[in-house]
Design a protein around this ligand. Structure first.
Ligand SMILES: [Zn+2]
Length: 280
């Protein structure tokens, strides 16, 4: 069974797609490489990536969710922001990953033994401002709390690419128990927006790898609109999570925002305003 497929986005950047459409990236400099995320943990991503590159590489997780960290146990160590380590543990059992896969693909799609078994490995710290030199390519870490508390974005300066993981996209999940209030998340997006002149391409972690960079501004304005009640509020249910709402209406035929904008947020009404006491 084929668990992964991959394609080159540009020199040094390869996108790897897992069975549920979750995306991983192999970023290769002259001297070494980064595997960004490990997918759902179905099939062996370690063996797969070692067929793609002969460079020494490190593994970095954009955040601790099961569809990105599920394959981490195949490695001796991975970098993950410390604020997501407990989330990774909560998401580590096969039952949860299986339920997720079946919610996307249906039952019986993959053999039981294809699931990576969780094992305790070394979780290496990674934080805001860390810069990883791959030889001719430098990757800067930007903390982006919101979707999860330890979510990270990555800026490749030489290529003017921003990887946002799940931290900002066309359907940003902000309704999860581990998600921050919309107002706090707005501060994250403001930070990405402030660096807007440093990137041209925005790569994400689900479905299609790239979104127009206007996604960042759209999501920021979405945060403001949620706080001001200027939303369409389409009810959304996901795997038994409580009442969530899609902020901006989707055109069902195009699968995109009906008003033509790109970024969108799915949120909970009891998790809008910050308890930190700053204005927006
Ligand atoms: Zn996620």
């Amino acid at each position: 069974m084929k668990f992964f497929e991959s394609y080159k986005i540009e020199e040094g950047i390869t996108c790897i797609k897992g069975l549920t459409g979750e995306l991983m990236y192999l970023i290769e400099g002259k001297d070494r490489a980064i595997l960004l995320d490990t997918g759902l943990g179905v099939g062996n991503i370690k063996e797969y990536v070692e067929q793609l590159t002969s460079l020494p590489y490190i593994v970095i997780l954009s955040h601790g969710h099961l569809d990105h960290a599920g394959g981490a146990s195949l490695f001796e160590s991975v970098y993950i922001n410390q604020n997501d380590v407990s989330l990774l543990h909560n998401h580590s059992d096969i039952a949860g990953r299986k339920a997720y896969l079946e919610s996307v693909l249906g039952e019986g799609f993959v053999p039981e033994d294809a699931y990576v078994t969780f094992k305790e490995i070394e979780y290496l710290p990674i934080k805001e401002g860390d810069v990883i030199d791959l030889g001719g390519l430098t990757v800067e870490v930007i903390e982006a709390p919101g979707h999860t508390q330890g979510s990270l974005c990555f800026l490749i300066k030489e290529k003017r690419i921003l990887f946002t993981g799940d931290a900002c996209n066309n359907f940003t999940f902000l309704f999860l128990p581990e998600s921050l209030p919309v107002e706090d998340y707005g501060h994250t997006i403001k930070k990405l927006l402030a660096r807007d002149e440093e990137y041209d391409r925005v790569l994400v972690s689900h479905v299609n790898h790239e979104l127009p960079k206007s996604v960042i501004r759209d999501v920021y304005e979405c945060c403001i609109d949620i706080m001001e009640g200027n939303v369409d509020d389409i009810p959304f249910n996901f795997m038994g999570h409580g009442a969530a709402y899609i902020a901006k209406k989707i055109d069902p035929e195009k699968g995109k925002r009906a008003d033509g904008r790109v970024g969108n947020i799915v949120y909970r009404k009891d998790n809008i305003f910050s308890t930190k006491g700053y204005g927006y």
